[in-house]
Design a protein around this ligand. Structure first.
Ligand SMILES: Cc1ncc(COP(=O)(O)O)c(C=O)c1O
Length: 395
């Protein structure tokens, strides 16, 4: 039985009529970027995450870069993060000219090991960037406590975890700033790229809003004044009432980005956001089934600590003989994915940081053993049973 790791077509079929009506009405409206749907999606997403501000951006990577810039992190600064994540986490730190400092992960949650963070703090450390990997929230209370003690910012990379809960609260508002990705394969995925920054901090929100649109216009002026603690008189020509030509748009205050969300993405994401709890619950039910069925085997299954709720963006397990298991599943038509084959500190791109094999042993160990099996909301009970049977056969 052929079973893909993720089947986006099944999800689309269920929302097709609604999505096509929304997209056609956007096409007819002539308003394509950062219009009514984007504004509504930002409000709905902020309410969903329980945060004050949600600022949409072009993708999760931009969201991380913009967040770091809003915190004024740049050359000479260090940011502590995990080596067991998608490359964009550390890449964003490097993109602003700062240095990623990798700290090993916990063997149970695969998240940043909170007990190893303090030893990695130097006089250049400015922030901690935990990742809620595979949808599992990181140990935020301890991370926030350390950040407070040393005066550091906390940036949640929540790109894989929309809706995950830590001590009852949704991720995204647990640190100073949170970042999400709506890449199509994510648990809240669009029909293209998209991302969101979340924060309860008015100042950070204003700066992020300006940075996503070239630091220009009224938002850029506000951000400039906030960043440089000035309250400059507005010298520019006041905006007219023309909806087509806004002269303020061509006054730039910060070096920013073009990182806007478009209306089509926002409309589709609004539809899916309304279904997200149902999608996440379906993932949790499938994960619970796998956990039960594999409990007596030699596979190591996910173990969310008490008081956390994973949304299983991916269901990742460990096998001693991963290559053999993956091959057996492939023979049975079952797709798998290896997340992640190389820890970030051993990536070629980070050779200049001079990490060696053995420096971060848990992440290195996991990279040899972990793999993901299908765990998407529309996976049928028959498919789930077939996957479990194949996994048992493989060992
Ligand atoms: C943990 C993590 N961080 C950052 C990103 C970057 O998001 P995007 O692909 O939307 O730029 C992703 C996803 O791709 C991710 O999984």
């Amino acid at each position: 039985m052929p079973i893909p790791l993720l089947d986006l077509k099944r999800q689309y079929t269920a929302i097709q009529a609604e999505a096509e009506a929304a997209v056609c009405s956007i096409l007819a409206s002539g308003a394509y970027i950062m219009g009514a749907n984007v504004k509504a999606f930002e409000e709905e997403f902020a309410a969903y995450c329980g945060v004050k501000h949600a600022i949409s951006v072009g993708n999760g990577t931009d969201g991380l870069v913009i967040s770091l810039k809003a915190l004024n992190i740049g050359p000479g600064d260090e940011v502590i993060t995990t080596p067991f994540t998608f490359f964009a986490t550390a890449e964003s730190i490097s993109s602003v000219g700062a240095r990623p400092v990798f700290v090993d992960v916990r063997p149970d949650t695969y998240n940043l090991d909170e007990n190893l963070i303090e030893a990695a703090i130097t006089e250049n450390t400015r922030a901690i960037m935990p990742v809620h990997i595979f949808g599992q929230p990181a140990e935020m209370a301890k991370i926030n406590e350390i950040a407070k003690k040393y005066g550091l910012a906390v940036i949640e990379d929540a790109c894989q975890a929309v809706g995950a809960r830590y001590r009852g609260e949704r991720v995204g508002g647990l640190g100073d700033i949170g970042v999400f990705s709506f890449f199509p394969t994510k648990n809240l995925g669009g029909a293209g790229d998209g991302g969101m920054i979340t924060t309860n901090d008015d100042r950070l929100a204003a700066i992020c809003r300006a940075l996503r649109v070239h630091g220009s216009g009224e938002g850029g002026r506000l951000a400039y004044n906030l960043l440089y603690a000035t309250d400059e008189e507005e010298l520019e020509e006041a905006a007219g009432d023309s909806t087509v030509y806004d002269p303020r748009k061509y006054y730039n205050y910060l070096i920013g980005h073009n990182s806007r969300l478009d209306e089509v993405q926002a409309a589709i994401l609004r539809i899916k956001l309304r279904q997200l709890d149902r999608y996440n619950q379906a993932r949790q039910t499938i994960a619970a089934f796998y956990n039960r069925q594999l409990a007596e085997t030699t596979y190591v299954t996910p173990t969310p600590p008490e008081n956390t709720e994973s949304v299983y963006h991916l269901y990742v397990l460990q096998a001693e003989n991963r290559a053999q298991v993956v091959r057996h599943l492939a023979d049975k038509g079952i797709a798998t994915g290896i997340y992640y084959p190389v820890p970030l500190h051993r990536q070629k791109a980070y050779r200049y940081l001079n990490y060696q094999t053995g420096d971060l042993p848990v992440a290195e160990y996991l990279c040899q053993r972990t793999f993901a099996i299908p765990c998407f909301p529309e996976l049928t009970p028959a498919e789930q049973a077939y996957i479990v049977a194949a996994l048992k056969e493989a060992i």
